[in-house]
Design a protein around this ligand. Sequence first.
Ligand code: MG
Length: 421
Amino acid sequence: MSHALGHMCRDCLAAPAEMPEERCPECGSPRVLSHPELHRLAIAHIDCDAFYAAIEKRDCPDLVDRPVIIGGGRRGVVAAACYVARVYGIRSAMPMFKALEVCPDAVVIRPDMAKYAAVGSQVRALMRAATPLVEPLSIDEAFLDLGGTELLHRRSPAGTLARLALDIERTIGIGVSIGLSYNKFLAKTASDLDKPRGFAVIGCAEARQFLAPRPIGTIYGVGRALEARLRRDGISTIGDLQTIDEATLIRRYGAVGHQLHRFARGRDDRKVSPVQRAKSVSSETTLVADSADSAVLSRAMWPLCEDVARRLKARDVLGQRVTLKLKTADFRLMTRSRTLARPTNLAEELFQAVQPLLAREAGGEAFRLVGVGAEELCAAERAPQPDLLAPEDRPDARLERAIDRVRRKAGKTAIMKGRSL
Ligand SMILES: [Mg+2]
């Protein structure tokens, strides 16, 4: 297995020392990759292409060439758009009425989160067969560290990734895009470069030059507030940052300055850390008196949601699934779960999510205990894509974080949101 020159066919996985043609000499596929560092890089970011829409198209082949939007419902925004719909300018988080204005023929499908979650776990299972070091970021994307897997798979990490993409296409029926590099920041940046069915590589040698023209907001962790501040200071591209020495950046921006200096040079020490699958965070309480009253039960849920949210935040994770737990007066245990459109660690969102579950069960028999749990945890990565609003940009999240900080200093009962009182 000598991979000195770094070529590979993404379809037959041939990795000849030389690949002079546009097409694979073995199978004729045009999907050939050539990069000097191709077989030496091991950190990947895999992102499913238009995940929700791809699943719906898979399940309804008539839709394959049509513009498909997943959305509707209470929020009235686009949850996902297929690549045909994107040609019309439709993007995630766009109000539905606006999307239908630019593309009246779009097929609108209500999201089926349970189905998407099931497909997401199938994708994750295939990832974990490639390496145990899988760090999910959301239902449809994850970091993978394939370092040390060469002997197991008898392929370079790049080869294993190409194989994995083919397996996901063949057995699950959806496409993925792969970013391959030497750290998480650049792997995530790369996976976005060549969508859909992409495979983009960013090597050590080119990282700095590659980053230079990119806007400052594409740096990991640079949210809107910091971006605005950097722009006011005349820094609009990563290249602008590269010209400033570390001491100056630290003097101006504090500890963030150190990070900015590193990321601008393509350096990122964060490890790919798998969050254990089975783990969940939950909280429960026994009621003072058994109750069938939905208002009483709902009130009891709020401090539990706060407790779960605080512990999720402390671990820097989000829950994709919320579970309501009820114990009847005669000690029968009932649990009801739902998958969220977007993972959360906010008490408010957990609370809103359990309300419909609770409404369905309340009013009949009396309960003695209520509980709430968050499951399918994933890392609370601050994704830089505009459609993934960073949690700290939302006012309710800011408020919750401020409350959490005061509590840590002053004790648990220092501040309570109105609902607790
Ligand atoms: Mg995706």
